[in-house]
Design a protein around this ligand. Structure first.
Ligand code: SF4
Length: 80
């Protein structure tokens, strides 16, 4: 990515995993990051696009999961 000042910034995409054994389909993740998460026909959350929303919204959605079903990594660091 090139910023307005012309600097080049390396963007590290998030890696998101959802444990379907824990997901209860309550949709908190979809509320916070609707372009990233969606509920499938089975009523369980899935990842639409790991870069669909700003990282902070994705992290909020993951942290807001009442069952702790979502894990998020950036590079080698686990954020949630
Ligand atoms: S917030 Fe958690 S329990 Fe709710 S749909 Fe998303 S992954 Fe499933």
């Amino acid at each position: 990515m090139v910023t307005a000042s012309g600097a080049t910034v390396t963007v590290v995409a998030l890696r998101i995993e959802i444990d379907h054994e824990k997901c209860m389909g309550q949709g908190q993740c979809v509320y916070w990051a609707p372009a990233t998460f969606d509920l499938g026909d089975d009523g369980l959350s899935r990842v639409l696009d790991a870069g669909g929303d700003p990282d902070d919204k994705i992290v909020l959605g993951a942290k807001g999961c009442p069952t702790g079903a979502i894990s998020v990594w950036q590079g080698g660091e686990q954020l949630v």
